[in-house]
Design a protein around this ligand. Structure first.
Ligand code: R5P
Length: 319
């Protein structure tokens, strides 16, 4: 591959605000790209700037409407490849379909793998992403994957509240690792685990809690809030088991229709979310923690061949 002289950042329609924030941190402008629809609904992409030989970063979370945003990403990658980009990094802060990463019953797809194939075949050379539900998804790619985490940024915001007697709560068994990581950034906190069942898709029921939550301020840590069912069921169970207050810190605000309203009425004081997904105005109880500086720094390091590990290890200041 020839030496990559310059960074070009461009955005699809999924989260232009985040791409603009990233560009502002990097003191760059976004490339002039038109991403629209033909009258029949097909995706149309026109790259108006010369990107020949450039190190191209396409910012496009595959958030709802996931199929639209995924197709935009694929067509943008294809357009960049055919415009002779030197290298293409798909910056997908939220990786749609990531919850379909294994078969739980016979005759199910592994859609997270299919999406990995699509991104690779379209022509991406690298993937930059944030808080995959399961880190094993990295292995679905045969191109390098830089997998960042929002845990440190979210934990800093919880620390800033100077809460006493905190218990970090994994809202299901799959979240335990994430909570352990979150805890490394906290001054002091206990850990509890909620056992969640899903009697039907998109329904969450709590069957038990391990750990002492009585008299404590519970902070639920999760990767996704979609219907809100997981957070609400966990919050109710924590309060029923004696927790005094409940807050939450969640990376990706997928927020299915009706979720924001349900969460506003739920017994959760504050829900910290990040801007991996654009949700427009951020109403209470949500508070947004931007990852733009982190992602911009990652872009810079990828371009200059500098390790990204200290962005996640806690050895550098939060960016
Ligand atoms: C796995 O189940 C995830 O980590 C989340 O807990 C889940 O996706 C949240 O979904 P919902 O808000 O619909 O309960």
């Amino acid at each position: 591959m020839p030496s990559l002289q310059r960074i070009v950042m461009m955005s699809g329609n999924a989260n232009r605000q985040l791409a603009e924030r990233m560009a502002a941190h990097a003191k760059r402008r976004l490339a002039d790209v038109t991403v629209s629809r033909f009258r029949d609904g097909e995706t149309q992409v026109i790259i108006n700037d010369d990107i020949r030989g450039a190190d191209v970063f396409i910012v496009q979370p595959t958030s709802p409407p996931v199929n639209e945003h995924l197709m935009e990403l694929l067509v943008m990658i294809d357009a960049a490849r055919r415009a002779s980009a030197g290298r293409i990094t798909a910056v997908v802060p939220y990786y749609g379909y990531m919850r379909q990463e294994k078969k739980t019953e016979g005759r199910e797809p592994i859609s997270a793998k299919l999406v990995a194939n699509l991104i690779t075949v379209a022509g991406a050379h690298r993937l930059l992403t944030v808080d995959l539900t399961n880190a094993a998804i990295e292995g679905f790619f045969d191109i390098p994957v830089d997998h960042l985490s929002a845990m440190r940024h979210l934990a800093e915001r919880i620390n800033a509240l100077r809460l006493q007697n905190v218990v970090l709560v994994a809202p299901d068994v799959g979240a335990v690792r994430r909570v352990e990581r979150f805890r490394t950034y906290m001054r002091e906190a206990d850990v509890a685990v909620v056992f969640k069942d899903r009697p039907r898709p998109d329904e969450a029921v709590v069957s038990g809690i391990v750990g002492n939550v009585a008299g404590k301020t519970a902070v639920i840590v999760d990767d996704i809030v979609s219907t809100g069912g997981t957070l609400i069921a966990a919050a109710e169970a924590l309060l029923a088991n004696g927790a005094e207050r409940v807050l939450a810190a969640v990376t990706h605000p997928v927020l299915a229709p009706g979720a924001a309203e349900r969460l506003a009425a739920a017994p959760i004081e504050k829900i910290f979310i990040t801007d991996t997904i654009a949700i427009g105005d951020v109403p209470p109880p949500f508070e947004m923690v931007s990852l733009a500086a982190l992602l911009a720094e990652a872009v810079n390091r990828i371009h200059y061949g500098i390790s990204l590990s200290e962005l996640m290890s806690g050895s550098s200041p939060v960016v």
